[in-house]
Design a protein around this ligand. Sequence first.
Ligand SMILES: NC(=O)C1=CN([C@@H]2O[C@H](COP(=O)(O)OP(=O)(O)OC[C@H]3O[C@@H](n4cnc5c(N)ncnc54)[C@H](OP(=O)(O)O)[C@@H]3O)[C@@H](O)[C@H]2O)[C@@H](O)CC1
Ligand SMILES: [K+]
Length: 466
Amino acid sequence: MKKVFNEVSSLDKKCYEKYLLSEEILMEHAALSLKNEIEKKVKNHNSNILIVCGVGNNGADGITLSRLLQNRYKNIILYLPFGVKSNMAKIQLSRVNTLKIKQIDTIEDIKDIDLVVDCLFGSGLNKPLNNEAKKIIENLNSINAKKISCDIPSGINSEGYIYDIAFKADTTITMGALKISLFSDIAKEYIGKLKVGNLGISDELYEEKTNIYFLEKSDLQLPLRKEINSHKGTFGHACVVIGSKKGAGILASDAAFNFGAGLVTAMVHEEIQMPYYIMQSHNIPENTTAIAMGMGLGLYDKIEIRKILDLKIKKVIDADLFYDEIILDYLDENLVLTPHPKEFCALLKLIGIANIDVNDLQKNRIKYVKEFSNKYPKTTLLLKGANVLISQNQKIYINTFGTTSLSKGGSGDILSGLIVSLLAQGYSCKDSAINASLAHTLVAKKYRYNNYSLTPNDLIKGIKNI
Ligand SMILES: NC(=O)C1=CN([C@@H]2O[C@H](COP(=O)(O)OP(=O)(O)OC[C@H]3O[C@@H](n4cnc5c(N)ncnc54)[C@H](OP(=O)(O)O)[C@@H]3O)[C@@H](O)[C@H]2O)[C@@H](O)CC1
Ligand SMILES: [K+]
């Protein structure tokens, strides 16, 4: 798990004041991080490396980089379309001017670029791009070359919002620490592989406390069985409430069984066709340790649903129930909610936080997840999306492993099944949401066929050997 910050200027300030590092030292290290990445990516010394620099310190990082790369590669090309404005950019440029680094006025005549380094705008982007900047980014995006962004792809602002266009990087080296702007769903298309550039001081000293965390593969804790003297009851009893659209509940039940729940019961009104290892019952069995409900519910009997919600058993709730104010009576520590953006908008309206549409939500996902968690700190929330956000107790965990192959009917039902399985096996609500989400996305990431073909059954199969 890595820490994520709303902004890093206060962390930079601590470097100056507490550790007596200058802006210049930080910048030299920022450029060094870029250099190290480039040396890994570009082995041929004859490669053409285009470094595009803006007027501020993001540009200054790029100018500094050109000096560090000068002896390593033959063809370093600097492009400063708007000149320089910040003091550091001026100082770094005067140093570079004593060297024979090629500078160009337009990229139109440039051919055979092997690598583009984007240092146009960083954390200082504070207004929409003008037409000239847009055109430059459009041209850079059309170059067939490897692409690295310094700090953040140019065009993404500090809220993770893109006005019109942004540089499309293969790799982003973000300076000092991870920032929240890198994790909006919209930004995901542009960031590529995300790495943190060291600024000359250890993470422990640079970083402060935070409430936002970036999940890593190593955070996944599978429900591997350590007990030797066990029986099926040792691993809990998950119960899935089957609605009128039965497929959703069947998928969730199957996923729950495959992820280790000792017993899985589908609560049905009439017998349905299901895998033979899933039991069927008209009631919630007595020894149930976790319940999944909401998926495919369709029309339902409110009294019956209330009876189930009244049970002091951990639950994962999905889909139709986010539109029903019944839910308002149960937002406590026993609950995991798994809405997609449209359902979360409905929920935000029900709980009186906001009346917004999906577009507004997608621009401000973190903000609304925070607001939800402030109001209902005990409830675990998992907001689906390109980057999954999980919150509990005012802490937010970001899972970036999601892939487009998961954008399919049934994926969400499998996720609910994985969550109820972990709940049944004794994981806390927060840990169930985190681990099920990691398993779900990592299985999809590992899927080795075309990304349009992933089915819920492939996810279930993948769970077996993740
Ligand atoms: N702090 C540190 O210690 C370290 C910082 N580091 C680096 O510094 C970067 C931040 O630098 P920064 O603050 O100078 O901002 P940056 O993104 O270069 O741009 C600001 C300039 O752009 C302009 N501008 C803004 N929007 C615009 C638009 N739409 N269209 C046109 N112009 C626009 C804006 O104009 P103004 O607001 O002045 O009118 C201003 O002149 C950071 O990302 C990291 O790479 C590292 O070296 C590590 C140490
Ligand atoms: K940039």
